[in-house]
Design a protein around this ligand. Sequence first.
Ligand code: NAP
Length: 246
Amino acid sequence: MSKNAIITGGTRGLGEAMTLKLGELGYNIAINYTSDRSEALAEALVKRLKDENGVDAIAVKADVSDYASCEKLVKSALDHFGGRLDVLINNAGITNNCNFIDIKPEDYMRVINTNLVSMLHMSHLCLPYLVDHDSCIINTASVGGLVGVINQADYCAAKSGVIGLTRALAMEFAPRKVRVNAIAPGMIMTDMLRGVNQDELNALAATIPMGYIGSPSDIAGCMAYILSAPYLTGQTISPNGGFVMP
Ligand code: NAP
């Protein structure tokens, strides 16, 4: 029987690499997008998944910080896939990079809502369809959830929350055959880092024991491992080049 997955933030960066890996693994996939720009990316990805992997895929406009929008995403996916769901990848995220005196409350709430509350919403809506048949939730956390980072108080709070949510849901739903794990990436080259100039990137790379910034495929590989590991739950795996060794 074919398996079905929903991934948030699946059009760009880490999410795009995970979407393509899910396609290679034969999953039917629902992805979201938020803007006209990302709608074009999402539609191109849907076509690529169908052409290259022969899987079914849909793209749905949804802002995951909003419960009603998440409801629309989940309902569209379930209607499309005949009511069966096997995998939820909660990946959408944003940063502010602002000191905690100047930051505006609406900006730190946007980070909390997009990075953490979205995962509560999506898990709440998907769990009724994930229970009792060997399913999996994977949440994208960050090394910022494991250690402090200057100018990232909101992001670190959200990502620590993601790790707490992962453990609690893993505990609650292990008896109902839902595994819940998190990936806490270190520095990975995506749009999130593209604003940083080359000198700063070199300086960042020099702080990583392995000496270079990771690529989205490192995270997609970790996702594939988690999907293939039936005894793994409640864990946070951190592909980070040795940057953080908790
Ligand atoms: P990215 O390239 O900026 O992509 C972010 C994705 O999230 C996009 O697909 C975006 O969709 C989606 N998104 C943002 N806000 C959304 C919202 N309100 N509703 C729905 N989707 C939304 O970032 P990335 O580097 O791949 O990051 C992906 C995840 O990895 C995030 O959770 C991030 O915190 C985490 N992470 C990244 C790094 C890194 O170094 N890159 C390190 C640690 C953790 P649209 O384009 O449609 O807005």
